[in-house]
Design a protein around this ligand. Structure first.
Ligand SMILES: Nc1ncnc2c1ncn2[C@@H]1O[C@H](COP(=O)(O)OP(=O)(O)O)[C@@H](O)[C@H]1O
Ligand SMILES: [Mg+2]
Length: 397
């Protein structure tokens, strides 16, 4: 598609029958393609790993590295609209695609969310509170930042981190040097004050090119060792907090001009303050509950938004608890499978290798209350961590 008709294509509807190109072949791309198949779209996936989870359910896979510009051009030639399912792409490749194809999400927000420093600055500039942070380019910077922010603090790589990777908690002065030595050389670093949160929340919001927005219900998230373990919906917070969380997410989506899904992760502290932790301009693990508990799943909603269809109803139909199935959990879950309660909905990603901390799938447990769903999750005896009380404090992170 030529640059000249870009605006027209962006504003016009991408109808079913069209082909959606996905950069990335992981589980998010897989669930996106499965939702899109129901809607009548076709899919082509670009991923370096043959038979990647998304490729298993797509029409075609282009097996090539993400930085391969020729492969990106092939994707552009085969797809009517292009999206991405993870952030650790070369944003320049996405910018190039943007110039020659329909990429409704664009590359600007991708570039921002790829870099924690840029992300936090963009949030602050939008009037959205974040944890106190400092850029760290040297040992001296780190010492100064620790003097200013105090302990505990978290040193993070600005780019490339996910599932708690590229993070070191610094609880005392003597932990600074080993943390720095571990992470230095992995690009720019950021030190964040540890937020003594009482809960982690997230809101996934969908936004169309014309600015229409629809948030999903507020999710309560439990992380252990930096990895999401459980999502509880409705979140166990008061209505005013839920309203503010939703407003923050919508403000972020609007000010940052998101198109498609934006997931907004937040910390809630005892005084009721909400601070945004991270953004993801794509479907998000904390939105998987929507697949079995909402009128519209986050995956369908993302496609609706980027294809410029009307947004679906995002209403919650039932209390739900989502629990991630990591490699360490998979054998026991499979053992239980023949006897599972029908309210336990199992989603597996088709990954070949089950490393202990790798996300292999998730279950959505629907019940009359979140307390009942949590009790059902515990009774399965598959997971070490189900609710926040099971997580060891800071030292675990
Ligand atoms: N500044 C912080 N204060 C408290 N907890 C934090 C902080 N930073 C990270 N964490 C914990 O680690 C988890 C993962 O960190 P996050 O920055 O979201 O990285 P990732 O990109 O790996 O998801 C968070 O969800 C939270 O549980
Ligand atoms: Mg996170």
């Amino acid at each position: 598609m030529e640059r000249g008709i870009d605006l027209v294509t962006t504003a016009s509807v991408v109808l079913p029958g069209s082909t959606v190109g996905i950069l990335g072949g992981g589980q998010l791309g897989r669930m996106l393609a499965l939702a899109g198949r129901h809607m009548g779209y076709r899919f082509v996936v670009l991923d370096p790993t043959p038979d990647a989870p998304a490729a298993q359910v797509a029409d075609r896979q282009i097996v090539a590295p993400f930085a391969d510009r020729e492969a990106a051009r092939t994707l552009a030639a085969q797809a009517d609209v292009i999206t991405y399912e993870f952030e650790h792409l070369d944003a320049n490749v996405v910018a190039e695609l943007e110039a020659r194809a329909c990429v409704p999400q664009g590359s600007r927000l991708l570039r921002i969310t790829q870099n924690r420093l840029m992300e936090k600055r963009a949030l602050e500039a939008s009037g959205i509170p974040v944890a106190p942070f400092r850029e760290v380019a040297s040992r001296a910077d780190l010492e100064r930042a620790l003097d200013e922010l105090g302990f505990p603090a978290v040193l993070k790589t600005a780019t490339g981190g996910y599932d708690g990777k590229g993070q070191r908690v610094i609880r005392a002065r003597e932990e600074a040097e080993p943390a720095y030595a571990d992470l230095a050389g992995r690009g720019p670093l950021v030190l964040e004050a540890w937020v003594p949160f009482v809960k982690e929340l997230s809101v996934v919001v969908a936004r169309r090119p014309d600015g229409a927005m629809r948030p999903f219900p507020v999710a309560e998230n439990v992380h252990a060792s930096g990895i999401l373990r459980t999502t509880i919906v409705p979140a166990r917070v008061d209505e005013a907090t839920a309203r503010r969380a939703t407003e923050l997410a919508c403000t972020a989506a609007e000010r940052l001009n998101a198109v498609g899904l934006l997931a907004v992760e937040m910390f809630l502290t005892a005084d009721g303050t909400l601070r945004v932790n991270e953004l993801a301009p794509r479907p998000h693990n904390s939105g998987h509950f929507t697949m079995d508990a909402c009128v519209t799943s986050q995956f369908e909603q993302h496609l609706r938004a980027i294809c410029n269809l009307p947004l679906g109803d995002a209403r919650l139909l039932t209390p739900v608890v989502m629990v991630n199935v990591l490699g360490a959990h998979l054998p026991r879950l499979l053992q239980r499978l023949p006897h599972l309660d029908g309210r336990v909905k199992v989603h597996l990603y088709g990954k070949a290798e089950a490393r202990p901390m790798r996300k292999m799938g998730h279950v959505n447990i629907v019940a009359d209350s979140v307390a009942e769903a949590l009790a059902m999750a515990r009774a399965l005896d598959v997971w070490d961590v189900v609710d926040a009380g099971d997580v060891k404090p800071v030292s675990d992170a």
